[in-house]
Ligand binder design. Structure first.
Ligand SMILES: [Zn+2]
Length: 270
């Protein structure tokens, strides 16, 4: 099989790529890792980000014996996002727990006392988790956005108390690091990481985005509802040929305002 074609994106360009691409694989979990090596200290800026993707791929193929680079996505200290193993292909992220998962490797060593994550990198990791949740209808909750450290080496989740009370020991790596957005526990993710992803999702869903589409009403009367479903109240109606801007979609519904909850049934737009 041909090896993955790498691509380095800015955050906004990655989002465009993601939102405008259909994937056949079902994604139910977003995994967060850190690379440990390479890390902030070992990467040299004179070698581009592509070099480090190739370097990780060589290691994964020659040392780990994998077919290609393990992760689907790499984030960089610069805030850029590297597309690695195609999203449609199951990653090698958490042994025994990769089916239905997408694997993010955050470049660095985020164990306490090691790399100090740049603000650009923090923003990038939050942004990436947010857009993946939006694309695959996931939420930043412990079942759907996960750390490697929460699974044993067979891919089974540790009891929560074991992770939260720092009792994993040598049974699993510290990945994505004991200082990753606080610590690598579940309570830390819920307190420090998930709220950032949540507010990024809110922010992105309310903004005009490059993905907005201009459409026309193709029904004689179209109800505008306060949410994506017929159970929501009708706020107003639109007549045929009214021009609307679609900001986001949810199942069969399109959101036509970036400041209010205004939704219409997508089949009546063309
Ligand atoms: Zn890991």
């Amino acid at each position: 099989m041909a090896l993955a074609q790498f691509h380095i994106y800015t955050q906004q360009d990655f989002r465009k790529y993601l939102m405008n691409t259909d994937f056949s694989r079902e994604i139910k979990v977003v995994q967060n890792h850190h690379t440990l090596e390479p890390n902030y200290r070992s990467i040299s800026p004179s070698r581009g980000e592509m070099f480090w993707l190739e370097s990780m791929r060589n290691f994964h193929i020659h040392d780990n014996g994998w077919s290609d680079i393990g992760q689907n996505i790499t984030t960089f200290p610069s805030g850029n996002i590297g597309l690695c193993r195609p999203i449609n292909i199951t990653p090698a992220g958490i042994f025994g727990a990769n089916k239905g998962a997408i694997c993010i490797e955050n470049l660095g060593n985020f164990d306490a006392g090691h790399d100090q994550m740049t603000q650009e990198h923090k923003d990038c990791i939050v942004f990436l988790n947010a857009v993946l949740c939006m694309k695959f209808n996931l939420k930043p909750v412990k079942e759907q956005v996960v750390y490697h450290h929460w699974y044993d080496r067979k891919g089974k989740r540790f009891p929560e108390s074991k992770v939260n009370n720092d009792q994993v020991g040598d049974e699993q790596k510290t990945c994505p690091g004991t200082a990753f957005f606080g610590t690598n526990t579940i309570t830390s993710a819920e307190d420090n990481f998930f709220p950032l992803i949540d507010s990024k999702i809110q922010q992105l869903s309310n903004n005009i985005t490059p993905d907005t589409v201009s459409m026309k009403v193709n029904a004689s009367v179209l109800n505008v509802r306060s949410g994506p479903g017929t159970s929501f109240r009708i706020a107003r109606t639109l007549t045929r040929d009214t021009q609307v801007t679609v900001y986001t979609t949810s199942a069969d519904w399109s959101k036509i305002s970036n400041t209010a909850e205004e939704w219409v049934f997508s089949a009546y737009l063309s």
